[in-house]
Design a protein around this ligand. Structure first.
Ligand code: ZN
Length: 115
């Protein structure tokens, strides 16, 4: 059974589901930080409940002050953006303000957070 690990290179951090600490660390592949950073992992038990599913719902991440990448343009979306026009597209996807404005075809499947 996989567990949730908070993996960090001292600059970026993410949640990775893995059986062991070493597996979590080796799955972490930051592409925008110097490789000299030491990657560390520690248990994040509150996300263990999502391990079976393999993903943490976007709404949970945003509530915990994570950002998620827009599924249209990969710009980061934070909770504050939801009040500015960004949308939660599905449990796994969010759209930034500008992509949400273009995505009229998907509008009926979207949930807007009213703040
Ligand atoms: Zn976008």
């Amino acid at each position: 059974m996989s567990k949730a690990w908070l993996v960090s290179d001292g600059y970026l951090q993410t949640i990775i589901f893995a059986k062991t600490k070493n597996q979590a660390i080796s799955a972490f592949e930051p592409n925008c930080t110097p490789s000299s950073h030491e990657v560390t992992a520690k248990r994040e038990k509150k996300y263990d409940q999502y391990a079976e599913k393999g993903c943490i719902p976007v709404t949970v991440l945003l509530d915990d002050d994570w950002f998620v990448c827009c599924s249209g343009c990969f710009e980061p979306v934070v909770k504050h953006d939801l009040g500015m026009g960004a949308l939660i597209k599905s449990e796994r996807e969010a759209l930034c303000e500008s992509c949400a404005g273009e995505g009229d075809a998907d509008a009926e499947e979207s949930m807007r957070i009213v703040s």
